[in-house]
Design a protein around this ligand. Structure first.
Ligand code: PSU
Ligand code: MN
Length: 310
């Protein structure tokens, strides 16, 4: 697929031509989700893991107003270090393009660009969702809206309990988004393998996920896609931080945020950073482990999907 605003890295262009499996990666996790230098190191390691698993990584961002599918080392370094890089959600994307700016793409924006690039599978750490107190604030991540309407499967470790997990699952059900627990009956809560909520659907293998996605995308109506899917892959056991341990930390971070009056798009980056501080870096170790785990599963799903398509 080509698009006048979109540039493919050479490796990605070659993979598309050869019909190899591709995995999209987001960039807000690099610029606003982890501190430097772990952010850039992790981004590189995640790309390598995807290659080892037989797929090709395409990290998505906006650089100088151009949509990028696959980044050079210099571009990755800009995202990891340049404080002027904005976190861009779908509503911000047109202005960033129009003004020639740099932008780190959220899950929602990455899905949109991945779809423009013809990439169907995307690995991240955690997705956004319905924030606690959304009844008052109306703070519902655009990630959920994009999952409803863009045909990309997002592999994540579930959502953090900085969000209202119950409302997030309800919202996804209303929007018709399949939420598939990967090899687990419980819906995961990012740092913890269990959230206390069941995964609405379960698949035991990458092939089973690929079959479900293939069926979903065969069910599009004319002029309307069948939307995306959320593949919920629990953090590896050895990296897990149990709920009893992380829940008070999250409560503390939420209280600190309220005290500082932080709102809107700054909410998620603030909470992520504050949780790293309170846990003395332990949450960052867990975050890195789950992102890598998601990347490998996404590569396996992308490979199975490609096999079904051919
Ligand atoms: N959740 C995480 N790590 C992250 C994010 C969410 O555990 O890095 C990022 C993702 O880029 C996600 C965005 O798309 O935060 C959601 O932001 P908001 O809640 O403002 O929609
Ligand atoms: Mn929000």
């Amino acid at each position: 697929m080509s698009h006048p605003l979109l540039d493919f890295a050479p490796e990605v262009a070659q993979a598309i031509q050869d019909r190899r499996p591709l995995v999209a990666l987001e960039s807000t996790i690099i610029s606003h989700g982890m501190p430097y230098p772990q952010n850039v190191e992790t981004a590189r390691e995640v790309e390598s893991l995807i290659r080892l698993a037989g797929a090709v990584p395409a990290t998505i961002a906006v650089i100088g107003g151009r949509l990028k599918a696959g980044l050079s080392d210099d571009e990755l370094e800009i995202l990891g270090t340049d404080k002027s890089v904005q976190k861009i959600s779908v509503r911000d994307l047109p202005m960033t393009v129009a003004t020639g700016g740099h932008g780190a793409t959220t899950v929602a924006t990455t899905m949109r660009i991945a779809a423009l690039a013809g990439i169907r599978v995307f690995a991240t750490g955690g997705t956004g969702g319905v924030h606690r107190g959304a009844g008052q604030t109306f703070d519902i991540s655009a990630d959920l809206m994009e999952l409803a309407r863009t045909p990309v499967a997002v592999v994540s470790a579930g959502v953090k309990s900085i969000l209202d997990i119950s409302l997030t699952l309800e919202y996804l059900e209303t929007q018709g988004v399949p939420v598939i627990g990967f090899g687990a009956a419980g819906f995961p809560a990012f740092y913890s393998r269990e959230s206390g909520f069941a995964a609405p659907l379960v698949a035991e293998s990458a092939l089973a996920v690929a079959r479900a996605l293939f069926a979903q995308w065969s069910l599009s109506l004319p002029g309307r896609t069948a939307g995306g899917a959320l593949i919920a892959n629990p953090i590896p056991q050895e990296a897990e931080i149990g709920r009893a341990e992380i829940d008070p930390v999250i409560e503390q971070a939420l209280a600190d945020m309220a005290a500082q009056g932080i709102k809107g798009k700054d909410t998620t980056p603030y909470l992520l950073g504050r949780i790293v501080e309170i846990t003395g870096g332990r949450s960052l170790t867990a975050n890195i482990a789950l992102v890598k785990n998601n990347a490998v599963v996404a590569a396996q799903i992308a490979a199975e999907l490609r096999a079904l398509e051919t």
